[in-house]
Design a protein. Structure first.
Lengths: 327, 438
């Protein structure tokens, strides 16, 4: 099995799906000739041509609008938003049109569309290239929200997303594009949307994370294992619909829960997980449900020391786990 | 600043009280020392005065609830004053309505050795620890916490369970009544025998099935429950034996007739009771073994002669106020004490300490025409004297039949402490004193 970085697994998924299903096409800024600013579509333009790998104008509203229209005509669009930060102009299309189509047409019409968007900070991107937006979309029934944390899942989940009959928001941890490596089979496999995964079993504390924070959490857990702290790590993978049974089963086992996310603390997606635990596992708790997240400031600062201050990292995660263990 | 009204410790051995009735409502204006509420303990019912002038801002403990001494009952202050965030001040520990550490205690086999120890501060009990303790019937006070500030963690409980498993059934502690140790003698029975399957829970289930549609259930009062517990405990504790003698009260009746007018001048009503108390006190001084308590280490002789005098409160049960150092009181002193205590007992004005510390008891069941009875010992005393009805009977005096005012005296004594011979000697002394009253 070849080892590859996250972004290559994503590219491979698109390449395989473009080859498998002629209804599939890619649309976005610089995805064609340039191969994408993160090189996620590199080679696809040459292989599949300008009609299936389309360079769009610099207008996110139109990228998503084109995708919805094409999807309604039976196509399987993959819309790339160059940075998740730029998705706001398309919010109306996503929330009021794509998310509601199946429901308002009583299932007669669906929007089988994937919106891929690199998200997250820690890359020196400043306020407009570092945002985490998952909480906006997990609030909207009708959308599925997926965030892979490793190359294997990225390929399998993206293929599931492309084949899904309804819109899927596919956030990609861009800091991990070339940092996170893993083995990825050549075969045509999928990872189902929905189930979370216990990526590391443990007994002392359950940590729930996704995307880049899951990668950091695994590092923290490894470090803590040498201190005798047994951490169970749960990779949520699909944020909506969320896998509540796996979350609650883990808390029942350990009695302690930490949720890590790099979005702002207040109203972040981790709050939903905390509430799920408080509701469904109250009598199994041995400590308060804790969240580690970015501070409540308007953006990830550009200044490197301040970016460090903003971003959760393996050290901060390890500290939070130590505190919970002691509690 | 709002002021707390707390459940006072109503006497030496009284650890809790039941709020019978609030005499003021929230929002009422109260004066300092004005009665706020009526509290019932196992021994007495009393009124609690307001600690200050102000408005009754909030009632924390509702009518019918039983709480320990020291618990905040209510807040007094000025109109509109803010109460602290947690007005009940931690927890009111209301019996049977909130989950306390006690409720988490399981079968007596696990913790019987610990019941008499004051329960350790548990600190915060997390939901999962509470659940595990309840499921496994654990006494959390036995578990050492390793969490922050000594908190008991889930891990601590699981460790405890895995270590404690094998020896769970071996420890069969002696039954509580087999070791009525000295320190517990003056504790209320509910404290000493919390899990005693006597009159309460264990028999409750079958009893409820006894209720037929035309039957009525009288609600259990604190006092009835205390009497029931005490009676059963006493029967379990002492080896009860009753010996009966009769006394000719002719001299007493003459003495009473001659003196009662003078007593009335002094504002006292002379009854027969002071004569019996005086005779018993004299006999107790001569036979100190009767004025005693049993303990495993030895028999405790009490040097003070404190005679309890049972006073019936009708359907409200009975109460036993104490005449302290009865042997040092004259007949008029005893008459004064008897008058005072019985009057205040009937009007529920006794202070709780006036019902504790007795060393011997007298019960005058004769007032209900009973000739003789076999009273139950008032623990931890050694014996109790029952006085029957005074009736004129034909008796043989100097080989002639004469009409005399006679009384049967029954002495129930603890056969562990003394034997029939000593008991009869004591009772004979009482009879002699009565018959030869000077």
């Amino acid at each position: 099995m070849p080892e590859m970085v996250l972004v290559d697994a994503i590219r491979l998924a698109m390449e395989e799906e473009l080859a498998r299903d002629e209804r599939v096409f890619v649309v976005g800024e610089d995805v064609g000739k340039r191969g994408g600013v993160f090189r996620a579509t590199v080679g696809l333009y040459d292989k599949f041509g300008a009609e299936r790998v389309i360079d769009s104008p610099l207008a996110e509203l139109s990228i998503v609008g084109v995708g919805i229209g094409a999807a309604l005509y039976g196509m399987r669009p993959i819309c790339e938003i160059q940075f998740a930060d730029f998705i706001y102009p398309a919010m109306n299309q996503i929330i009021s049109e794509a998310a509601k189509m199946c429901y308002r047409s009583n299932g007669d019409w669906t929007v089988p569309m994937v919106i891929r968007a690199p998200y997250g900070g820690g890359i020196g991107g400043g306020l407009y290239h570092s945002q985490s937006l998952e909480a906006f979309f997990t609030h909207v029934p009708g959308l599925k929200v997926v965030i892979p944390s490793n190359p294997y899942d990225a390929k399998g989940l993206l293929k599931s997303a492309i084949r899904d009959p309804n819109p899927v928001i596919f956030f990609e941890p861009k800091k991990g594009y070339r940092l996170i490596k893993g083995e990825v089979p050549d075969s045509d496999y999928t990872v189902p949307i929905g189930p979370a995964q216990v990526s590391k079993a443990g007994t002392d504390v359950s940590v729930f994370a996704y995307g880049m924070m899951h990668y950091y959490t695994l590092q923290a857990a490894e470090k803590l294992a040498s201190e005798g702290i047994s951490v169970e790590v749960v990779d949520l993978r699909t944020l909506y619909p969320v896998d509540r049974p796996t979350i609650l089963a883990s808390v029942k086992k350990t009695g302690k829960a930490l949720i890590v996310y790099e979005d702002n603390f207040t109203g972040g997606y981790g709050a939903e997980i905390a509430a799920t635990i408080a509701d469904g596992a109250f009598t199994d708790l041995d400590a308060p449900v804790k969240r580690l997240a970015g501070p409540d400031v308007p953006g990830v600062p550009f200044s490197h020391p301040l970016q460090e201050w903003f971003m959760p990292n393996p050290e901060k995660i390890a500290d939070a786990i130590r505190d919970l263990t002691k509690w | 600043m709002p002021l707390k009204v707390i459940m006072p410790k109503l006497g030496e051995s009284v650890v809790d009280g039941t709020v019978n009735r609030w005499l003021k409502h929230e929002g009422d204006q109260v004066q300092e020392f004005e009665s706020l509420l009526e509290v019932e303990t196992a021994k007495v019912t009393t009124e609690i005065p307001s600690p200050a002038e102000g408005v009754l801002l909030k009632i924390i403990v509702q009518e019918g609830e039983t709480v320990d001494a020291g618990v905040i009952l209510a807040w007094i202050g000025n109109v509109g004053e803010q109460l602290p965030e947690d007005p009940s001040g931690s927890k009111p520990a209301v019996r049977n309505t909130t989950i306390s550490a006690n409720d988490l205690k399981g079968e007596s086999e696990v913790f019987s050795g610990q019941t008499q120890m004051p329960s350790k501060e548990l600190g915060f009990v997390s939901p999962v620890v509470a659940k595990l303790a309840a499921e496994n019937k654990l006494d959390l006070t036995l578990i050492t916490g390793t969490g922050e500030n000594g908190r008991i963690t889930k891990k601590d409980v699981l460790d405890f369970i895995s270590h404690q498993q094998p020896k769970k059934h071996q420890q069969s502690e002696p039954a509580p009544w087999e070791t009525p140790g000295s320190g517990d003698l003056f504790k209320p029975t509910v404290n000493i025998y919390p899990s005693q399957p006597t009159t309460s829970q264990d028999t409750a289930a079958p009893q409820t099935s006894l209720i037929k549609s035309r039957d009525t259930m009288l609600p259990m009062t604190t006092k009835r429950k205390a009497i029931a517990d005490h009676m059963i405990m006493s029967k379990h504790t002492s080896a009860h034996v009753t010996t009966i003698m009769e006394a000719d009260l002719s001299r007493i009746i003459t003495h009473k007739l001659v003196n009662q007018q003078q007593f009335e001048v002094d504002g006292l009503k002379l009854t027969f009771t002071p004569y019996f108390v005086a005779s018993a006190a004299q006999a107790l001084a001569q036979f100190p073994l009767i004025n005693s308590s049993w303990s495993e280490k030895g028999i405790i002789l009490h040097h003070d002669i404190n005679i309890g005098m049972a006073v019936s409160l009708g359907e409200d049960g009975l109460i036993v106020p104490i005449i302290r150092n009865a042997d040092r009181l004259s007949l008029s002193g005893l008459a004064r004490a008897v008058n005072d205590l019985s009057t205040r007992a009937r009007s529920k004005k006794l202070s709780p300490d006036e019902t504790t510390g007795g060393t011997f008891s007298i019960t005058n069941h004769g007032t209900g025409r009973s000739l003789f009875a076999t009273p139950i010992i008032n623990q931890p005393q050694c014996s109790i004297l029952g006085v029957g009805a005074i009736t004129k009977r034909a008796v043989v005096v100097s080989d002639a039949i004469a009409i005399r005012s006679m009384v049967y005296l029954s002495l129930t004594f603890d056969h562990r402490i003394l034997d029939g011979n000593s008991a009869d000697a004591f009772l004979s002394k009482v009879v002699d004193t009565l018959e030869n009253w000077q």
